[in-house]
Design a protein around this ligand. Structure first.
Ligand SMILES: [Fe+2]
Ligand SMILES: [Fe+2]
Ligand SMILES: [Fe+2]
Length: 254
């Protein structure tokens, strides 16, 4: 017998509670996989509403939804669904930019470590030149974020993926502030004691690396994987691509 839309959202709410209890993970993974392919965007919002009414916090619910999506996507063997898209798909470009960001994050951590090993540094040192180059590329993230905030997320929200979009878009603000702070720190190198420069560099690099990696993971393996896997309107990606092409975003450089 065909499961009604109402049944899917109540089944999802029940499954989220089971995931919270944490028992029989292999059974839960299979059930997550089965539900994922039948899910309509509004089912998540309805299930979230049920859990809110039964006393779960919004943060708990967002974590449970993300865990549900990850379990379902992994069980379905679709964890790399974004990677398997054709190069012409708008999300392939988004994921390719994510890969570049990951490379620059690794470089940032390397160069920060090298600077922390020094007892002094000249303003023209190769380490500071490298830091400037990495920063130029991390600033390129502004257009990547604008593409997500202005085009991709609003269209996915219109499809019903409201709360999952909200959970990743608020991270954009913190990440951009941290990159701006790193840029300000780099510019003020001549005016700061080397020790102060090192301490601030250490804190910023230790925040930006893990926070940005987690953000990229959540976008690719939860939000985008879900929007691509669940039965939704595939023409939405064509509309997103058309708007992005008109605005001509590029997340690789300024
Ligand atoms: Fe470059
Ligand atoms: Fe993002
Ligand atoms: Fe992104």
């Amino acid at each position: 017998m065909k499961t009604s839309k109402k049944d899917i959202s109540s089944k999802l709410a029940g499954l989220l509670v089971q995931i919270h209890k944490g028992k029989n993970r292999s059974v839960l993974r299979r059930e997550a996989c089965r539900l994922l392919s039948r899910l309509r965007p509004h089912d998540i919002a309805k299930a979230e509403h049920r859990l809110l009414k039964s006393g779960f916090s919004s943060e708990q619910i967002q974590q449970l939804c993300a865990a549900f999506v990850l379990m379902g996507v992994m069980e379905a063997g679709k964890a790399d669904i974004v990677r398997r898209l054709p190069d012409s798909h708008v999300l392939r470009k988004v994921a390719a930019e994510h890969d570049l960001f990951r490379c620059f994050l690794a470089e940032l951590e390397e160069v920060a470590e090298e600077i922390l090993q020094q007892s002094s540094l000249s303003p023209a040192s190769p380490e500071l030149m490298r830091l400037s180059h990495i920063l130029e590329h991390l600033q390129g993230m502004a257009e990547h974020i604008a593409r997500e905030d202005d085009v991709i997320f609003p269209m996915l929200k219109k499809q019903g993926w409201e709360s999952l979009c909200r959970s990743v878009e608020k991270e954009h603000l913190y990440l951009q502030i941290a990159v701006e702070d790193l840029l300000k720190l780099r510019m003020s190198f001549p005016n700061l004691s080397f020790r102060v420069f090192q301490n601030q560099l250490r804190s910023l690099a230790r925040y930006i690396g893990p926070a940005m990696r987690e953000h990229l993971f959540r976008e690719e393996y939860v939000l985008f994987a879900l929007a691509l896997t669940a039965s939704g309107d595939s023409s939405v990606w064509e509309s997103i691509k058309a708007v992005c092409r008109d605005i001509d975003y590029c997340g690789v450089h300024l």
